[in-house]
Design a protein around this ligand. Structure first.
Ligand SMILES: [Zn+2]
Length: 112
């Protein structure tokens, strides 16, 4: 992969990492560091719990995504970025354009 392209993906992964970290900070605050105690009113409490479930799902999703992005940056560092971790083939750049953190080539991804 040429360096210009690698640079582009590197920047994209960096900014994705920043975006996800900021999001996780926000959802984390919402979920784990609540200052105010739960509202005493039952209906309100139910709504809050429901919101928490949504935020929690989002939080989990973002954690998984952040892990993938970090692993991609590790591979970038190691000079292995753009190669499929399963079969070692080069991942098509079209695929990297749509999913910069992917670790599988298209045929391995389909087998997953
Ligand atoms: Zn592969």
């Amino acid at each position: 992969m040429d360096n210009t392209l690698k640079d582009k993906f590197n920047k994209e992964l960096q900014s994705e990492q920043e975006r996800l970290t900021a999001l996780l900070e926000r959802t984390g605050k919402h979920l784990y560091k609540r200052d105010e105690p739960y509202s005493a009113d039952f209906a309100e409490q139910a709504v809050e719990t429901e919101n928490n479930e949504v935020v929690e799902a989002l939080d989990q999703e973002n954690k998984v995504a952040l892990r993938e992005v970090k692993l991609a940056l590790d591979r970038m560092e190691a000079g292995e970025y753009g190669n499929c971790t399963e079969c070692g083939a080069a991942i098509a750049s079209d695929r990297l354009f749509s999913i910069p953190h992917t670790r599988f080539c298209i045929s391995c991804a389909q087998k997953q």
